[in-house]
Design a protein around this ligand. Structure first.
Ligand code: GLN
Length: 268
């Protein structure tokens, strides 16, 4: 398994444990504390099926149908990106900037992991989450229901379904990978929705559109916060400054890579 998937032995062990735990319907940590030498036939068959899917390259999160984000389990499927730990940085940036009762918009919510986390961390916020994909919205609504969060969900291409609405905080983990980037054809990413990953020749098409359109939807002093690629740490702040945002900032993730940029709107 490790060979064909180019996993380190440690990653392979971890993945095997996650798959086995899903088949046995236990937490992965349970396997560390128990000897399980007696799998039933049904369990062996299901483990074989899960391993066959993994060996064909499918990401573990799609096989088990779930990935943890900000300490909570989120359902995922082929219509949603798999939540990434780096994106917790965008959540932190939003939690640090939104005031009491903030009206919050999450663009391209996918599994809903950002929007739902914000609502659960700040129950007084009014959170609206939009996505182009009806399939993704169905997954996100399911996650909200499981986790007990009440949000507003809308199918919308960027701000198309939101005329006249104002927000104090707009967040997005938009597609930001250049369309021809070979990274898109490798590993787990191959199985994720291309529309959630790739955006124009330089990866910045969606970010440009959001930066241009957000000021009309931001309340006075409202923040736009964007996740972006590690190599877009000059381009995104420059786009924000060019569009007249103030207090433009760039933050790096735990690996020291440029990850989140943002700025404030002067309008309204
Ligand atoms: N960080 C993701 C990756 O490199 C991309 C996420 C995105 O495009 N929003 O696979």
């Amino acid at each position: 398994m490790a060979g064909s998937l180019a996993l380190s032995p440690r990653e392979a062990r971890l993945e095997a444990r996650v798959l086995a735990a899903a088949v046995l319907a236990v937490e992965p940590v349970w396997l560390l504390a128990h000897d399980t030498d007696a799998l039933e036939t049904g369990q062996i068959d299901r483990l074989d099926a899960a391993l066959a899917r993994r060996l064909a390259g499918e990401p573990v999160a799609y096989i088990v149908g779930e990935r943890e984000f900000y300490g909570r389990p989120f359902r995922v499927g082929p219509a949603t990106l798999i939540p990434r730990p780096e994106t917790e940085h965008l959540v932190e940036a939003a939690l640090a900037r939104g005031g009491a009762g903030a009206r919050v918009l999450d663009i391209g919510t996918g599994s809903g992991c950002i929007a739902i986390t914000l609502k659960l961390e700040r129950p007084d916020w009014q959170v609206t989450a939009i996505d182009l994909s009806a399939e993704a919205l169905a997954v996100a609504r399911d996650n909200a229901e499981r986790l007990g969060a009440e949000l507003e969900w809308l199918a919308s291409d960027l701000f198309a379904a939101l005329p006249g609405r104002a927000f104090d905080l707009i967040v997005s983990n938009p597609p930001y990978i250049p369309a021809a980037d070979p990274h898109l054809d490798r590993g787990d990413v191959r199985f994720e929705p291309r529309v959630a990953l790739a955006s124009g020749p330089d990866g910045l098409a969606t970010i440009r559109a959001i930066v241009a359109e957000a000021p009309a939807q931001l309340a006075a002093g409202g923040w736009l916060l964007l996740e972006h690629g590690y190599d877009q740490g000059d381009a995104v702040p420059a786009l924000l400054r060019g569009a007249g945002y103030t207090e433009v900032f760039l933050e790096r993730d735990l690996a020291g890579l440029a990850r989140v940029s943002g700025g404030r709107s002067q309008r309204r």
